[in-house]
Design a protein around this ligand. Structure first.
Ligand code: ATP
Ligand code: MG
Length: 281
């Protein structure tokens, strides 16, 4: 299967027809298990490094990767296993928690825009402006007319970014409610993971269906050619890593990046300093 097929396969259709309930979080394509894809993932990791170097050198465009998911769906793991291969110089993670008092006193995009990537940078949003149409809606912290208006505001914001050289990829890591519970149990059993557990992880489960509905609406309403959503089946962590890295590589390859021209006359430098180094002058 080619990259292109993968990219297309997981992209949310632009006609607004996505229903999350129809997507199998257990999907793993024709791959058997983790061992079968390890080499492939390693190839993508290497290619991602090269492409990121080029993006940084070119210093013209940028890449914004948005990660959204239910708790324990693997945002942290995706960052570590997939994006962790990039050079920290030129790569940044921005995590969005409950807004501070200062942040909450501004429009919801205020804290987001300032953390968007600069030219040449790759930035990963660990949660994002999408929380403002998800958690806020599910918990009825804002009125319906407010979150409904935000879809257009988000689309306009992302249009601004893309028209100014930022490429946007948005991943929803899709796990099942059962898989989430199993992951919580694993955390309970492992003292090294106790710090990850919060009471709200469990209490939020009662809103599972509300979240699925809010995600379905959001993924349909804020999905454009320039800033597409991908739904990644994420019950198998290795498949999630494979799919995300493939899509990132394909996107970067599609930019047709070039190393910039040298700022100096390389021939003259070679003539002058190589002779010096060889003791000719
Ligand atoms: P983990 O998966 O490790 O738990 P996390 O991303 O859930 O990581 P937490 O510190 O547990 O990190 O949670 C951050 C919380 O902040 C989430 O519950 C999220 O819904 C909430 N949050 C983020 N942005 C907003 C927002 N704009 N308004 C309200 N809540 C928000
Ligand atoms: Mg959490």
């Amino acid at each position: 299967m080619t990259h292109k097929a993968y990219c297309k396969q997981f992209q949310v259709p632009l006609d607004g027809s996505l229903n999350l309930a129809d997507i199998d979080p257990d999907f793993k394509g024709h791959h058997e298990n983790k061992a079968a894809v390890q080499d492939e993932i390693a190839c993508y990791a290497k290619r991602m490094q090269e492409l990121q170097y080029l993006l940084y050198a070119e210093n013209r465009r940028s890449l914004l990767i948005v990660l959204q998911a239910m708790d324990a769906a693997g945002k942290d793991g995706t960052i570590r296993h997939v994006l962790g291969y990039m050079n920290p110089q030129g790569c940044r993670i921005a995590a969005f928690k409950v807004p501070s008092v200062e942040e909450a006193a501004h429009d919801f995009l205020w804290r987001v825009h300032r953390r968007a990537p600069a030219r040449g940078e790759v930035v990963v949003f660990n949660r994002s402006h999408y929380e403002d149409v998800l958690v806020t809606r599910v918990h009825k912290r804002i009125e319906k007319k407010i979150w409904q208006a935000r879809y257009a505001q988000i689309n306009a914001f992302e249009k601004l970014l893309t028209e100014n050289g930022t490429h946007i990829l948005k991943f929803f890591l899709h796990i099942s409610a059962d898989e989430q519970l199993q992951r919580f149990h694993k955390r309970i059993k492992d003292p090294a993971r106790h710090w990850k557990i919060s009471e709200s992880d469990y209490s939020e489960r009662q809103y599972w269906e509300n979240y699925q509905q809010a995600y379905t609406d959001t993924l349909n309403r804020c999905n454009t050619e320039q800033a597409p959503w991908y739904v990644i089946p994420a019950n198998h962590k290795w498949f999630r890593n494979l799919a995300v890295s493939r899509i990132v590589v394909e996107t970067l390859e599609g930019l047709n990046m070039q190393f910039p021209e040298a700022h100096v006359d390389i021939k003259a430098i070679r003539r002058k300093y190589h002779r010096l180094a060889n003791g000719h002058e």
